[in-house]
Ligand binder design. Structure first.
Ligand code: OGA
Ligand code: MN
Length: 278
C-alpha cells in the first residue's frame, strides 16, 4: 500500500484515563479503512467522541458496520430511539429510567454487547449529559490487598434492582414484571482474554455472593463511588450531531438527569459482543 494515501486517525485526548475525540471527516469515517484503528483506540480509551459528525441513520449503520457486527434491535433494521418520552418509545421508556444510574449494558446476557454508538438528534432542555467511567482504570488503581479481597467474588445481576433507584415503592405488578426478566450471576472482576481486568458493577447488581448483606452493599456502593470518581470519569455535554461510542466491556455509563418530557432524542446502534463475562 502507498503509505502516503493511507487515512490516518486524527485524535485528541479528552481526559487522561478515559475518552478521546476523533476529528476525521464523515467521508474518512465511512470509507472503512479506519475501522481497525478505531476499534483498537476504543479498547484503549473506553469512550470515543465524534463531534458534530451528523450521521444520518443509514450512515450511522454503515459506520457501525466498519467496526464489527451490527444487529438492529428493531424489526425495521433501524437504530433504536433512546428517549424517556413514553409516546416515542412505548416499549422501553420505563426500562430506560434505569439508565439514569451507573450501569453496563447487557448484564442479563452471558455475552454483553461490545459497544454502543449514540448520536444526538434532539438536546435536552436542561441536563442530559451522558456520564462515563473506566472500569479498567478503576480496577487497575485499587490497592493490591483490596484486589485480592475482590478478585474471586461473584454477584447476582437483575433488572428489578434498577427499579428501586427511581421507584422505591413500586406496585407489585411493576416489581414482578421486572423480576420476570430473571437474574444472572456474574464475576465482580472480569478477566478479559487480553489479560486486562475490569469491574462488573452498576445498578443491576443485586447482591454480592458469599458475604453479609451489609458487606455486599458496602462493596457495591463503595466500588461504584470509586469507579465513578473524577479521575476515571468523563461527562459528555452533547451538541446535536455528536456521536459518542463506548466500550461496553470496560466502562459504565449513565444519562444525567433531564426533563423526561423535553423530547431529548438519541439514536443508538450496537456492536455485537465477542467476549463472555468471566
Ligand atoms: C444507553 C444509555 C444513556 C443516555 O443507550 O444504553 O444508557 O445518555 N444511554 O441516553
Ligand atoms: Mn445504557
Amino acid at each position: 500500500m502507498n503509505l502516503m494515501t493511507k487515512t490516518l486517525l486524527k485524535v485528541e485526548e479528552i481526559r487522561p484515563r478515559i475518552a478521546s475525540r476523533v476529528l476525521n471527516t464523515k467521508a474518512e469515517l465511512l470509507d472503512g479503512s479506519l475501522g481497525t484503528p478505531i476499534r483498537e483506540l476504543l479498547e484503549e480509551r473506553g469512550v470515543l467522541v465524534f463531534p458534530k459528525v451528523h450521521f444520518t441513520d443509514d450512515e450511522q449503520i454503515a459506520f457501525t458496520r466498519t467496526l464489527g457486527a451490527y444487529t438492529s434491535e428493531n424489526a425495521d433494521g433501524k437504530p433504536s430511539k433512546i428517549t424517556l418520552n413514553a409516546k416515542e418509545n412505548p416499549a422501553s421508556a420505563e426500562y430506560l429510567k434505569g439508565s439514569l444510574y451507573w450501569h453496563i449494558d447487557g448484564t442479563m446476557n452471558g455475552v454483553p454487547i461490545l459497544a454502543s454508538l449514540l448520536s444526538c438528534r434532539v438536546l435536552a432542555s436542561w441536563g442530559g449529559n451522558t456520564g462515563f467511567c473506566s472500569t479498567y482504570a478503576a480496577w487497575e488503581d485499587l490497592p493490591d490487598d483490596r484486589k485480592a479481597e475482590l478478585e474471586s467474588l461473584r454477584a447476582i445481576h437483575a433488572v428489578w434492582p434498577t427499579l428501586m433507584y427511581y421507584d422505591p415503592e413500586p406496585s407489585l405488578a411493576m416489581l414482578t414484571g421486572m423480576q420476570s426478566v430473571g437474574e444472572n450471576e456474574l464475576p465482580l472482576v472480569w478477566k478479559h482474554a487480553s489479560g486486562r481486568k475490569s469491574l462488573v458493577i452498576g445498578c443491576t447488581t443485586q447482591r454480592v455472593l458469599g458475604v453479609s448483606d451489609m458487606k455486599s452493599a458496602e462493596i457495591i456502593h463503595g466500588l461504584r463511588e470509586w469507579a465513578t470518581s473524577e479521575q476515571f470519569s468523563y461527562s459528555h455535554e452533547w451538541n446535536v450531531g455528536d456521536l459518542v461510542m463506548w466500550d461496553n466491556t470496560g466502562t459504565m455509563h449513565r444519562a444525567e438527569a433531564y426533563d423526561h418530557s423535553c423530547g431529548r432524542m438519541m439514536h443508538r446502534t450496537k456492536l455485537e459482543g465477542l467476549e463472555p463475562f468471566e
